[in-house]
Design a protein around this ligand. Structure first.
Ligand code: PMP
Ligand code: GLU
Length: 395
């Protein structure tokens, strides 16, 4: 804490995913043989057809500031994608393109939350929801779940968490970090509670939409009685392996989209013009073009679950999407491993980094202190090697 800095930044936690990735990178640079399973980013190259679109955009001299909310033809491609993949109908003034889904989420928190407004976070939740909400003055309210219910909330637990101060709920399905996928029936049951609280805005983070092994993606926004207060957040980072290209977007009620546009106009302006052009091509193509990545993730999921089953003390659900496993490792709490006492998940994750040279992320950052997150967006070879190292470090 530096008193010269604002209270705002002093109160903010560093992103645990990015911090662990930075630490792993630092150790690698020192010559240590680290296997990084901390960061959720596909290890595939950007598909050729997307790269070609970016090169074409450079050669066509795209270089200027874009409209703050995105090129009109990109917004049209997003509208077509929403219709094709999600049966959702939007008009252009309901779409805002941002510098990654992370900015989309930050915009939403900044335009919707007032000081003291409560934000429901089904736990475990993606690491940044909580600090983004706090930055905007919100108060995160975790809705606990358990591994036995596949880390999903129920209508009863949702209802119990709602208070007169509840302004918003943010969740992801497929979920980072648990890999859980809500079915249409499960979402409907949650919507049946929410219809009684018309002032609550739902932020449905669907960035892992295509990495879904159930093959059925459901969205709260498809319910007629929820659409006018549900915001869908999506982007190309995960599905098209475009994490560094930084394009995310929302489909939202018009009044919210307009506010996000206004916010973005003062903070970043429109997203990168070349990445926007390439995103048009990415979205216009059939999702079948990226099926090979989804198939690879599914194979790796089976591999990592099989390998984890051989290590004592790892209790997992069966993730149905995204590319993470989120094992409960509380079995190790209070135990001494090679002279190191494991008090909590952070100690455990650090121990794995130091002794096994495998980077994971503590579950504490995701609102579940009994777990760690392991990303299997890595080669099969690295997964096998990492799990072997973990096994050896734990005996
Ligand atoms: N939401 C979730 C659930 C994520 O895992 C991520 C990871 N990056 C994001 C949003 C942000 O994605 P982007 O790269 O588009 O900012
Ligand atoms: N979303 C990824 C993750 O959870 C990328 C890192 C980040 O943006 O925090 O690891």
């Amino acid at each position: 804490m530096n008193p010269k800095l604002s209270n705002r930044i002093n109160a903010m936690a560093t992103s645990a995913t990015l911090a662990m990735a930075a630490k792993a990178r630092e150790l690698k640079n020192e010559g240590k043989d680290i296997i990084g399973l901390s960061l959720g980013e596909p290890d595939f190259n950007v598909p050729e057809f997307v790269k070609e679109a970016a090169i074409k955009a450079v050669n066509e001299n795209y270089h200027s500031y874009t409209p703050v909310d995105g090129y009109a033809d990109l917004k049209q491609a997003i509208i077509t994608k929403f219709k094709r993949d999600n049966h959702l109908t939007y008009t252009p003034n309901q779409i805002v393109v941002s510098t990654g889904a992370k900015q989309s989420l930050a915009n939403l928190a900044m335009v919707l939350l007032n000081e003291g407004d409560e934000v429901l976070l089904p736990a475990p939740y993606w690491v940044s929801y909580s600090d983004i909400s706090k930055l905007a003055g919100g108060v995160p309210v975790e809705i606990p779940t358990s591994i036995n219910s596949d880390f999903k909330i129920t209508p009863e637990s949702l209802e119990a968490a709602i208070t007169p101060k509840t302004k918003m709920m943010i969740y992801s399905s497929p979920c980072n970090p648990s890999g859980s996928v809500y079915s249409i029936e499960e979402l409907r049951a949650l919507a049946d509670v929410l219809v009684n609280y018309p002032d609550i805005i739902v932020i449905s983070d669907e960035i892992y939409e295509h990495i879904n092994f159930t093959e059925i993606h459901a969205s709260m926004a498809t319910f007629e009685d929820m659409k006018n207060r549900t915001v869908v957040v999506n982007g190309v980072s995960k599905a098209y392996s475009m994490t560094g290209w930084r394009i995310g977007y929302i489909g939202a009620p018009e009044w919210i989209a307009r506010a996000c546009n206004k916010m973005q106009g003062q903070i970043t302006s429109g997203a990168n013009c070349i990445a926007q052009r390439a995103t048009i091509t990415a979205l216009e193509n059939s999702p079948s073009k990226i099926q090979f990545m989804v198939d690879a993730f599914k194979k790796r999921r089976t591999l990592i679950l099989d390998l984890l089953a051989e290590i004592p003390g790892f209790k997992t659900n069966i993730p149905q999407g995204a590319f993470y496993v989120f094992p409960d490792i509380s079995y190790y709490f209070g135990k001494t491993l090679n002279g190191t006492i494991i008090h909590n998940a952070s100690d455990f994750s650090l121990y794995l980094l130091e002794k096994a040279h495998v980077a994971t992320v503590t579950g504490e950052a995701f609102g579940d202190p009994n777990c760690i997150r392991i990303s299997y967006a890595a080669s099969e070879e690295n997964i096998v090697d990492a799990l072997q190292r973990i096994k050896v470090a734990l005996v």
